[in-house]
Design a protein around this ligand. Structure first.
Ligand code: GLC
Length: 739
């Protein structure tokens, strides 16, 4: 075992290593190849791995547990000719065992600092369980609710995504990944994976370079600038070239322009999949393309292990490609301190004390509360303790609310809504019934059958329905806990229909027939088409997949202990036909704007509005806020000056509450067209009833820069509009000029 390695010592170690040893540092396996069952998160395939190659591997994914990983590491090092330790990597996306809201829910908090705290807790629990690297944050910009992985993103806005990307990286890594309870972060999926055509996972991505750079690349760069140790390639092609073999994207953009000098890992089997893309003739060519693109680690195909040595020896690729990759991998191990202590923070005793501790659960509850978005409330919320309420729906007593990427989280740790309500208000008049299964017979989840995915044993649907209707009739208020199954969002879960499962909608309709005072608590990993629900219910609270403490957080909000403050990080479409829909669109030459929306020849639909059902940045409170007309301290500026925009915000309701004032900019005419609005700042303020505060926003040149026709990020003189409001539909606007 060597101690902390200087760069010179690392260089010497590399010089002592054989080509085989260097190449196999670039090989990542699941623990099953090294005596562990691991967690399979991608397609398995025969990897043609030999024993001697497996014992030279550089890293393992999908394994966790202090005792298990310490044993694996100890046995591995003993067999390794240079005693080089393994890296242990795992998908710790929104929590390890204490599970936080899915990232789309965290985005709704408009509080990146909160996500930084959540990531730090996730890192701590993962680190004591032996994990060194997390495959997070996922920072793909998303606009298409048909794509199931929107749940992993923080939404449709580049500025908001940049803030969360940097915050999550800092939360996972701290100032130094060698510090206790820190793990290395991995920004993914580079690049543009969220733009899969038609929202179909793994599908082709067709983006102009301009759009890629303007909307999709900034959040990766923000994570890299925050110090992310790793980047993961995306499955898709860009410009017809698969990302894992895309030299322009990986060498010129990632390592050149973004100056990323960390480890680049492929996504699961992505190197081999270049064959199926039709980009490589065989595994051997895939090895060449990936190595030339600078992919350092091959996740789970065995291609590097199988072909790189012969390719180097035959002069097909320069050895320096292998040397550079191996060096970056050893550098990461060194930064984590693994040459000094290959077990890092793995500690069985700490696992028992730290994992799921009260402090972590309290943070999970806080994060859940702040992630909820109140979409509608016709004076029915908050509820009163002691009321005669019927909780009806498949989520009324369901533990599966931690999201599909919470692979370590366990539903047994989750409190159900029924349990949480009884904990808070044990009155006998409050009743609970499922009313329907989560899924009807018309929806099949890949790899799951029947009620393997149902929480409660699925009884006769008719009987469940009638029982629920009776309960609804007798109640003063009905709270319906409805939504997607948690496995209906996440990887490989694209949906053409983004409505609540029909079996639940039938239940909802029958309940509304007998009781008009219906509140809907909506569980989903994506924006859904909720026109019917929104039209009939008196209140709608979007709770996403809220995590381990989600139910208690829902009770906090339903009964008013916490006044909801969340804002949509992604538009809720009017219907799936409107998707992709996002606020920061271009005007077009025939904008459908007030006063022109009756013109026939306008960019619009004949059968639905252009506007989403609920726009980006939207969210209500139990109180109300007034926002004054936006005022500017001057009407023009030069590049080295700034303008201060101000609004007065007043709480004109009866409850203390938090509002997020958002500031948007529009560049009215530029060398390339600009979005009708771009979020450039926001401020969350909490006001007592009657209290008023002035919220100001400084417009400097950095807020006006964009990717101009020249390909540079710069501002252009001319007229601008600045908007201030409580969501992206605000028309509270003032003009100014950049001279
Ligand atoms: C999956 C996902 C990726 C994940 C990786 C390892 O296919 O695309 O996000 O980190 O495999 O589990």
């Amino acid at each position: 075992m060597v101690g902390k390695m200087t760069n010179q010592e690392l260089r010497s170690l590399l010089d002592e290593m054989t080509l085989e040893e260097k190449v196999n540092q670039m090989q990542q396996l699941i623990g099953a190849f090294l005596t562990d069952e691991g967690v399979v998160t991608g397609p398995m395939q025969e990897m043609g791995l030999t024993e001697e190659r497996a014992v030279l591997a550089g890293s393992v994914l999908g394994s966790y547990g202090a005792e298990k990983l310490k044993k694996m590491q100890r046995e591995f090092i003993e067999k390794h000719p240079h005693r080089i330790p393994l890296l242990f990597m795992l998908d710790v996306i929104n929590g390890f065992r204490t599970v936080f809201p899915i990232p789309l829910g965290q985005g709704a908090s408009f509080e990146p600092e909160l996500s930084e705290r959540c990531a730090a807790v996730a890192a701590k629990e993962a680190a004591v369980s032996g994990v060194h690297v997390t495959f997070a944050p996922m920072v793909d910009l998303v606009r298409d609710a048909r794509w199931g992985r929107v749940m992993e993103s923080t939404g449709e806005d580049p500025y908001l995504n940049c803030l969360f990307s940097a915050a999550m990286v800092k939360g996972f890594q701290g100032e130094d990944i060698k510090e206790p309870y820190r793990v290395a972060a991995c920004v993914k999926h580079f690049g543009g994976y969220g733009a899969a055509t038609a929202g179909r996972d793994y599908n082709t991505v067709e983006l102009s370079e301009h759009t890629l750079r303007e909307f999709y690349l900034p959040s990766y760069k923000a994570g890299i600038d925050a110090g992310a140790a790793m980047v993961m390639t995306a499955f898709n092609t860009l410009g017809g070239v698969p990302c894992s073999g895309n030299k322009w994207l990986m060498r010129d953009v990632l390592r050149g322009e973004m100056e990323f000098d960390g480890v680049l890992i492929s996504d699961w089997a992505a190197i081999e999949e270049m064959i199926y893309h039709g980009y490589c003739a065989d595994r051997r060519e895939a090895a060449v393309r990936a190595a030339e693109a600078g992919v350092d680690i091959d996740m789970m195909t065995g291609i590097y292990s199988e072909h790189l040595c012969s390719l180097v020896r035959e002069g097909k690729i320069p050895q320096k490609l292998v040397d550079e990759a191996a060096a970056r991998i050893l550098e990461l191990k060194n930064k984590l301190g693994l040459f000094e202590n290959p077990y890092k923070d793995a500690d069985e005793k700490a696992e028992k004390e730290i994992i799921l501790c009260e402090e972590h659960k309290e943070l999970a509850r806080e994060a859940a509360r702040k992630s909820f978005v109140l979409l509608k409330n016709e004076d029915i919320l908050p509820l009163e303790k002691g009321s005669k309420i019927a909780y009806i729906g498949p989520y009324a007593n369901n533990r599966h609310m931690i999201g599909s990427w919470s692979i370590i989280g366990e539903s047994k740790d989750v409190t159900t809504l029924q349990e949480a309500v009884k904990e808070y208000d044990g009155n006998a008049q409050t009743v609970f019934c499922a009313g329907s299964p989560v899924l009807g017979d018309n929806i099949k989840l890949e790899g799951f059958v029947g009620n393997e995915v149902e929480e409660a044993p699925v009884r006769d649907c008719g009987q469940m329905l009638e029982e629920a209707v009776c309960a609804a009739k007798a109640a003063d208020i009905v709270v319906m806990a409805l939504g997607e199954h948690y496995l209906q969002s996440g990887e490989a879960t694209s949906h053409a229909n983004i409505q609540v499962p029909e079996v639940q909608m039938e239940l909802f309709r029958r309940v509304c027939e007998v009781n008009e005072r219906v509140v809907v608590v909506l569980f989903s990993g994506r924006p859904l088409d909720i026109r019917e629900i929104s039209g009939k219910a008196k209140a709608v609270l979007q709770v996403w997949m809220p995590g381990t403490e989600g139910a208690r957080a829902i009770v906090d909000v339903l009964y008013g202990a916490y006044n909801p403050s969340g804002k949509l990080p992604m538009s809720f479409p009017y219907c799936v036909g409107q998707v992709p829909v996002h606020y920061n669109e271009y005007s077009t030459g025939r904008p459908c704007v007030p006063g022109k929306d009756k013109d026939r020849f306008r960019s619009k639909y004949l059968d639905i509005p252009n506007a989403p059902l609920y726009p980006f940045g939207y969210g209500l409170s139990y109180t109300r806020f007034s926002v004054s007309k936006i005022a500017l301290d001057k009407e023009c500026m030069t590049r080295d000056e700034s303008i201060r925009a101000e609004v007065k915000v007043k709480n004109i309701g009866e409850r203390k509450g938090t509002e997020t004032i958002q500031f948007y900019i529009r560049d009215v005419a530029a060398s390339v067209v600009r979005p009708v609005k771009e979020l450039k700042g926001f401020c969350k303020i909490t006001l007592e009833p009657g209290e008023e505060q002035t919220v100001s926003f400084t417009i400097d040149d950095s807020k006006l820069q964009f990717l101009t026709e020249s390909g540079r990020w710069e501002s252009e003189a001319g007229k601008f509009e600045v908007f201030a409001g409580t969501d992206s539909s605000t028309v509270n606007c003032a003009e100014f000029k950049l001279n």
